[in-house]
Design a protein around this ligand. Structure first.
Ligand code: GLN
Length: 490
């Protein structure tokens, strides 16, 4: 049952070949069996899951089933869930129980999803390997004995979906946190256009860069999930007015995008970035597949795209330092009493935030200080604009773009990276957050050692549908069996 994709599971549920309760129990059993080892869940909600599943079975029986009725879902623990602990993988929110539900989790619940639990991540989504989590790193099911990273910051979501501990999962992508982990675990991860999925109720990291999105095993599944997650939200000031229309366009099964004459841009500046041999050959293979199918490959230039990484690490921390100011021990979560108010703030924030989060707050505060504001923050804002303008110009020459997601495959969580090495993992992804463009990571194949790698399709704003359609072609070329055999066991 665990082998079913979202689309296949829905069919079997609809035909009553399987029940939502059976399906949910199958996932709960696996969480019980492998959850500890993979460390992908921070909180498991079996009672809620079984209650949701029972409701789904009632709805299938009485003909009121909703679009994702009975589908077992894992939520990145950054989405607030009413009455269910929401930690952002931070000690400061270790015991925080929200009084409200995020828009995205509400939409998935309203569509009939069964909530299995809350998934691990890097603390406040800051990181690329899952290792900044207060709850310890999640592990990839690929080559389990090597304890590889499932990527980050959506480490729990990709670990869980790749290993059959959730059928689908939500992620968030601020600089690559959906696409990188999806790529190195053989999954599909979509960062939609900025504003398509509401950020309301999602623990804020960097508000102008944060994008909720789906993580699934196939492009069809990601599209279907996105059709439910997306939509205009009056509660969220940057929610896109077109979001309902786009969501509606994703509801129907994806039709094949004609490749003949389609112009696909590859970014010239990325050619100079060193990538591993396996990535090189998979990249060439996928380009060849596209050419053989009649697409035209065009080199485009985004002159400042490499600087995007530095820009991201100025703007991201700046916004984070402001967003995280609310954790002062007064309103949310942990409080460590000090001798006076300021001392309480200091003690609380010192004990509550991990090293990487503290580093971001310090960098962010520094770049926003009066001495540095012009040279760092304003400069970064200008280069961000230039990158967006270059993308606009490049989309005058091509319909969609194709980029690598990472330079190489997953590595052991025990590998200690320096902060700069960690930041460099966002080289291929961060620019799409700065610009808000839709980008979908899709498997490109396996390395010689049998580890997955991905490529990403990038589109114009609100061209999410075509991004997914092209991703589907790439998925077909690769025909990757994206289930690692190690944890499948049975
Ligand atoms: N690795 C990036 C960071 O640490 C991206 C994180 C994300 O997308 N949430 O900031």
């Amino acid at each position: 049952m665990i082998d079913l994709t979202l689309t296949q599971a829905l069919k079997k549920l609809q035909s009553r070949e399987i029940s939502a309760t059976e399906l949910t129990r199958a996932y709960l059993d696996r969480i019980e069996k492998f959850g500890k080892e993979l460390n992908c869940y921070i909180t498991v909600t079996p009672e809620r899951a079984l209650a949701d599943a029972a409701e789904s079975d009632r709805r299938y029986a009485n003909g009121t089933a909703r679009p994702l009725e009975g589908i077992p879902l894992g939520m990145k623990d950054l989405f607030s869930t009413k009455g269910i602990r929401t930690t952002a993988a931070s000690r400061i929110l270790e015991n925080f129980i929200p009084e409200y539900e995020s828009t995205v989790s509400q939409k998935l619940a309203d569509a009939g999803c069964v909530l299995l639990g809350k998934l691990n991540l890097d603390e406040f989504a800051m990181g690329s390997t899952g290792t900044t989590s207060y709850f310890g790193p999640a592990i990839s099911p690929w080559k389990l004995s090597e304890k590889l990273t499932p990527g980050g910051s959506s480490s729990g979501p990709t670990s869980a979906v790749a290993s059959g501990l959730a059928l689908i999962a939500t992620g968030t992508d601020t600089g690559g946190s959906i696409r990188f982990p999806a790529a190195i675990t053989g999954l599909v991860g979509m960062k939609p256009t900025y504003g398509l999925c509401s950020r309301w109720g999602c623990v804020a990291f960097a508000s102008s860069l944060d994008h909720p999105g789906p993580i699934a095993r196939t492009v069809d599944d990601a599209a279907l999930m996105l059709s439910v997650m997306a939509g205009h939200d009056p509660k969220e000031s940057t929610s896109a007015s077109q979001a309902d229309e786009i969501a509606a366009s994703l509801k129907a099964p994806l039709t094949p995008l004609p490749l003949k004459g389609l112009k696909i841009g590859v970014v010239k500046e990325f050619n100079d970035v060193e990538i591993c041999e396996d990535m090189k050959s998979l990249w060439m293979d996928r380009i060849k597949d596209l050419k053989d199918s009649g697409a035209e490959i065009i080199e485009v230039s985004i002159p400042n795209i490499i600087d995007g990484l530095a820009v991201y690490y100025v703007i991201g921390p700046a916004e984070a330092s402001s967003n995280l100011a609310r954790y002062d021990g007064m309103r949310y979560g942990l409080r460590v009493p000090g001798k006076d108010l300021v001392d309480t703030y200091k003690k609380t924030r010192t004990a509550g935030f991990g090293e990487e989060v503290q580093r971001r707050i310090i960098v962010g505060t520094a770049v926003l200080s009066s001495e540095s504001y012009e040279v760092y923050f304003m400069q970064a804002a200008k280069v961000r604009r230039m990158i967006a303008d270059s993308f606009d110009a490049a989309f005058g020459q091509c319909d969609l773009m194709l980029c690598p997601v990472s330079a190489g495959p997953a590595f052991p969580v025990a590998n200690k990276l320096t902060p700069l090495e960690d930041y460099a993992l966002d080289l291929f992804t961060g620019a799409m957050n700065l610009t808000g463009l839709p980008a979908c990571a899709v498997p490109a194949g396996l390395t010689k050692d049998g580890l997955p790698l991905g490529v990403q399709v990038v589109g114009r704003k609100f061209d999410d549908l075509r991004v997914l359609q092209l991703a589907k072609h790439l998925e077909t070329f690769t025909a990757l069996d994206n289930r690692p055999t190690t944890v499948m066991g049975e």
